[in-house]
Design a protein around this ligand. Structure first.
Ligand SMILES: *[C@@H]1O[C@H](CO)[C@@H](O)[C@H](O)[C@H]1NC(C)=O
Ligand SMILES: *[C@@H]1O[C@H](CO)[C@@H](O)[C@H](O)[C@H]1NC(C)=O
Ligand SMILES: *[C@@H]1O[C@H](CO)[C@@H](O)[C@H](O)[C@H]1NC(C)=O
Length: 387
């Protein structure tokens, strides 16, 4: 009895050591860059999800660059990954988007957006293309020119006037609510002023527990987050069904376009559209609210820039016949200095530390092997950080 028990334990130990060995030094044809694979399963995820405190390069990347150089290997949320901050390598990766690599989001994203089975393998590319076109349609330059500009102007006037009466405000928080109310309105007609629920709070809660290990078991924050997300998706689906059954509720927003496109795009099902709306809210909300918050920070630190902006804007108002008329597209285009400030803010507040790409097949770049060596779902990924 004892001997059998011991043998089993020994086998288990051997098995695990073997796994760990495989983990630490993945067996592939070709050279891998230096770097540590961390612990089995979790890899270096914990170090990665600790947020950076400054606007400098993410500390995870910075520390490893100093130790290993611009290209290193690591493991995040269960996936072996190559991180590159190398200009040539990143350029190569970007040039081979769609042929050698495709955009990839952490598996928690895939789970989050329930891209399972067939959809998950085939559709990410198609869906990504569709996403680009539909978001450009509703949030791009043309729509800014045609309809968004006065709406944004109104939103800012109302909110700035409101904040001005409140004494000190938590900029990140009030901006998040403003951005959420606005984008949710453009996406599915959310009427913040007359809604019983403060959806921006639900949404913020989901986001805050989102970047956690994708362990969907009761008690974890990811589990909680998935539950809250289900609720939100159900609400979005109810909105969709309402529109489908009662065309008089149409308002020409994002949701209406998605409904029209259901005829031509196979993947736009009644279950997928809510996920799409959720995803777009996610992408727009987090990036816009962070960038806008940082804009406040930068401006408060650079009074000369604020002064210069004031001069530019006052000159525009002076030229108007009616100083209270709305901002026109031509006026907006004429704000050269303002655009420079916007560009510079976008440059330095580059929010995600990088973007993931998944290797579609084996290839070599700069002598480094990127491969899809596990199976079709679990790929070695190239992760690139803008230099
Ligand atoms: C956003 O919506 C909530 C209700 O969901 C409302 O209480 C709040 O005033 C709105 N805020 C802004 C800035 O529009
Ligand atoms: C939003 O949160 C409130 C309070 O936690 C909850 O009662 C409500 O069901 C949530 N709504 C959605 C759509 O998730
Ligand atoms: C800001 O960036 C955009 C896009 O990169 C560019 O087209 C534009 O010329 C830039 N504007 C200024 C004033 O530098």
């Amino acid at each position: 009895m004892w001997t059998i028990g011991l043998a089993v334990v020994a086998l288990v130990v051997v098995y695990y050591t073997h796994l760990i060995f495989k983990w630490r030094s993945p067996k592939i044809e070709g050279v891998l860059p230096p770097g540590s694979m961390g612990w089995p399963l979790i890899g270096e995820t914990l170090q990665f999800i600790i947020p950076g405190k400054s606007l400098d390069l993410h500390p995870f990347v910075k520390k490893r660059m100093q130790k290993y150089g611009p290209i290193f290997k690591t493991s995040l949320v269960g996936r072996p990954i190559i991180v590159s901050t190398d200009y040539e390598m990143n350029k190569y990766i970007l040039q081979h988007e769609g042929t050698l690599v495709e955009l990839w989001y952490l598996d928690s994203f895939a789970k989050f957006f329930a891209l399972e089975g067939e959809t998950r393998v085939n559709a990410i590319g198609t869906v990504h293309k569709y996403l680009r076109s539909i978001t450009l349609n509703h949030f791009g330059v043309e729509s800014l020119k045609a309809s968004l500009l006065p709406k944004i102007e109104d939103m800012l006037h109302t909110n700035l006037a409101n904040w001005a009466t409140q004494g000190p405000v938590d900029v990140k928080q009030v901006i998040s609510v403003m951005v959420f109310n606005f984008t949710a309105n453009k996406i599915f007609g959310y009427d913040a002023a007359n809604s019983k629920e403060k959806l921006s709070e639900n949404y913020t809660k989901i986001l805050n527990s989102f970047i956690s290990l994708p362990l969907n078991i009761p008690g974890t924050s990811f589990h909680k987050c998935m539950k809250d997300r289900e609720k939100m998706l159900k609400m979005l689906k109810d909105t969709l069904m309402e529109r489908l059954s009662d065309p008089s509720k149409r308002r020409g927003d994002f949701l209406d376009q998605a409904i029209d496109d259901m005829k031509t795009e196979k993947f736009l099902t009644e279950d997928f559209i809510p996920q799409l709306m959720f995803g777009i809210l996610f992408a727009s909300f987090e990036s816009m609210s962070t960038t806008l918050t940082l804009t406040f920070k930068f401006l408060s630190e650079n009074p000369r820039v604020v002064e210069e902006l004031r001069v530019e804007h006052e000159a525009i108002v002076k030229k108007r016949e009616n100083p209270n008329s709305r901002l026109t597209w031509e006026e907006y285009r004429s704000m050269t200095f303002t655009q420079m400030v916007v560009n510079e803010t976008l440059r330095i507040s580059n929010i995600p530390p990088g973007l993931f790409r998944k290797a579609l097949k084996d290839f070599q770049v700069k002598g480094i092997h990127c491969s899809s060596w596990l199976d079709s779902n679990a790929c070695d990924s190239c992760y690139s950080v803008e230099p």
